[in-house]
Design a binder for this molecule. Sequence first.
Ligand code: F3S
Length: 415
Amino acid sequence: MIIPDGRELPKSDQMKLTKEEQSIYDGEQGEVLQKAMEILVALGKIYDAEELVPIRSVQIAGVSYKNLGEAGIEYLEWWVEHNANVQAFSTLNPAGIDLGRWKELGFKEDFSKNQHHIVDLYEKMGIVPTCTCTPYEIGNLPKFGDHLGWSESSAVSFANSYIGARTNREGGPSALAAALVGKTPCYGYHLDDVRKANAVFNVSADISSDADFGALGVLAGRETKKGVPYFKGLPAMRTFNFKQLGASMAASGSVALYHVHGQSPESRAGDMIAEDHEEFDIEGLDEAYEYLNTGGDDVDFVSMGCPHASMEEIMIIANMLKGRKVRSPLWITTSQATSCQATAYGYKDIIEGTGAKLISDTCMVVSPIEDFGYDTVATNSAKGCYYMQSWCNVRTRYGSMRQCIDAALTGRWQK
Ligand code: F3S
């Protein structure tokens, strides 16, 4: 069987399929469902899944035209031309532009046209065009134990770790296939045993600023790689601290699930440390800060909101900026829905009154930031540093929210 991108998939006869699933697999319910099912069965075969599991929701990555290109558009067009329609509630990852303000912000017309077309294609399949990597902030909020088919590494980490929902780190095509069928192969983080930690981190390093969580994630992600970390010794965490720690480990390793002793839901519910585990001591974070700080002292641009900013973060930033004027451009990226709320509560006016911008739908990594010619970008996102350094050809400065705001106000990085 050949799927739309030209790859040949193996026939599967080892996963247990229900009568309904077998009928989809045999093509009795149309070509779209058959192809989607074949992707899921092929994935199940690779990972030795025994069955499919129904999912509560899907988060679909692979939206920015910068990453998808023409081949990605053709792939999506095939599904739309064949009337594909999702069966699971599905939301969309960030796009490459602010869909409403792209012209004002200097995005190129051709890029923007292609980007709008991509979002339209997803919408035609019944996917809500949320364009955010924090869908749990705006209505795609699973509950403990729910099975999901999510892509987007930071969202996967948050759903697994903070919420205690269950998802593997899907790719764009497998997430779309899961959305179309409403099920995903049951392997990996859908299973109890795989969710136990195999790397225990005893943290004695001083964790006192919000940036320390991202820096810690750099060190822990490198050690854990694809495993499951368990943290001991962390101070009480705010919701956005979980977001920063998880996103950082998803970038420095491929961590999709972690536990924090006494704070994350599964660590509260029972013993989540596997018998066979390694122990690591983290006594300082200097190495991580050195890695993340490659830029100069003059800051050309400041990027906050990676992962997309929550209302709490927007409120904190607005309070820090209130009544001041920025010298370096400052973008705070978030979803359109959160931006609308921030407008209603007056935070957007405060932020934009300083010259900073509250940007929707996109972020500095998936937008074509390299076209703007910046040398040093300051950010409070360790994940952002990883990807901006490698994909966007910029040097980075990494620090706390306070340091990023000071950099925007003065144009200089204050150590
Ligand atoms: Fe989200 Fe973009 Fe960061 S997709 S996690 S804001 S790199």
